[in-house]
Design a protein around this ligand. Structure first.
Ligand SMILES: NC(=O)C1=CN([C@@H]2O[C@H](COP(=O)(O)OP(=O)(O)OC[C@H]3O[C@@H](n4cnc5c(N)ncnc54)[C@H](O)[C@@H]3O)[C@@H](O)[C@H]2O)C=CC1
Ligand SMILES: NCC(=O)COP(=O)(O)O
Length: 317
């Protein structure tokens, strides 16, 4: 069984990076998207009806999902948005039906899908959970030096304190813990927990979420045997000596997690969705419309996402 790769926004860097990954031998994978577009980007493609490794590496297998309009790199087309969503849908179905070992997703621009296809989700993470009925999808960004998990994900910063409920924190910790054991081979995960406020609240004078929301959950889980820190000041938990003390950092909001990860590992960080009934990885970067079609986009993060999906599939086999 091979993995499938949805090509993401055709005007972004996803398709050209898929061609680079194929040319560099990172696979096998079957692409989900426009075969014509991949050919224009220089790939020798084999149109297939189902995930198929046999054309590899002479040709890049693709389940063709035609586009409505020709592609102008860097200029997203609302008319092509339905085909982008269809590629993700097909990938999920192939995984759920046991025809693909994992789904790797190239980047989408959420606003394009919303305006062009009525896409009602803030990202893949939430859409994949919706399609597969997963109750608690968890976003993990994994690099060679750091793994981070944002508890709240794609919401405005003003909404974070209210969204940060004990239930969400507990479920995120449980899903992360299980994922580290199952997918990363960490037998006894150590989790560092970031505070929400400066200085982790400084005893309540700079915010009370650590005392009222976080600590009761952490105390309960520690009593169950989870290896967790107390809420840590986020500004001092990402330097090298601090990172050596944990296997993943549980962060309270998107940028608290993704800023350190992308600072350390922008070129080879991988976005993993834990808590789904199938494996999903993605490069850590977005559509990069500003450099699409220029040849400047680096394929490293997509290749790392493909390799991690392969490793996860091998561990689960
Ligand atoms: N998994 C996904 O589908 C993701 C999608 N996005 C979407 O992408 C769109 C653009 O987001 P931005 O914040 O601008 O982030 P971005 O990652 O697309 O671009 C940020 C900067 O990094 C550069 N860059 C990105 N990928 C690169 C690569 N492979 N090689 C070299 N340079 C690279 C870009 O040229 C740009 O200067 C947004 O609509 C966002 O929602 C963002 C992150 C992940
Ligand atoms: N910042 C991460 C991001 O936007 C990717 O989200 P998703 O599409 O993987 O949910």
């Amino acid at each position: 069984m091979t993995l499938v790769l949805s090509l993401g926004d055709p005007a972004g860097v996803g398709p050209e990076l898929a061609v680079r990954a194929w040319a560099e031998g990172a696979g096998p994978f079957t692409a989900l998207g426009s075969a014509d577009h991949l050919e224009k980007l220089g790939a020798t493609v084999a149109r297939v009806d189902a995930p198929d490794a046999t054309p590899w590496p002479e040709a890049l297998p693709v389940i063709d999902i035609p586009l409505a309009e020709d592609v102008t790199p860097g200029t997203p087309s609302l008319a092509n948005a339905p085909a982008v969503v269809e590629a993700i849908n097909r990938g999920v179905q192939l995984c759920l039906d046991g025809h693909a070992s994992a789904l790797v997703t190239a980047p989408i621009a959420k606003w394009v899908l919303k305006e062009g296809a009525g896409f009602a989700h803030p990202g893949h993470t939430e859409f994949l959970a919706h399609l597969s009925g997963a109750p608690r999808p968890v976003m993990m960004l994994a690099g060679p030096e750091l793994r981070v998990v944002p508890v709240t994900i794609h919401i405005p910063i003003a909404d974070v304190p209210a969204a940060l409920t004990p239930e969400l924190l507990e479920e995120t910790i449980r899903v992360t813990h299980a994922g580290l054991i199952r997918d990363f081979g960490v037998p006894t995960p150590r989790l560092a927990i970031a505070g929400l406020n400066p200085h982790a609240g400084e005893g309540g004078v700079m915010g009370r979420e650590e005392i009222e929301t976080l600590t009761p959950v952490l105390d309960r889980l520690q009593a169950e045997g989870f290896d967790l820190t107390a809420p840590l000041p986020a500004d001092t938990m990402f330097h090298p000596a601090a990172r050596a003390r944990y296997d993943a950092a549980i962060c309270m909001y998107h940028d608290q997690a993704l800023v350190p990860l992308k600072t350390l590992s922008f070129d080879d960080g991988v976005n993993v969705t834990l808590g789904l009934p199938f494996i999903r990885t993605s490069p850590d970067h977005g559509t990069a419309f500003d450099i699409a079609g220029t040849g400047r986009a680096r394929p490293d993060s997509l290749i790392a996402a493909i390799r991690l999906a392969q490793e996860m599939a091998a561990r689960r086999a």
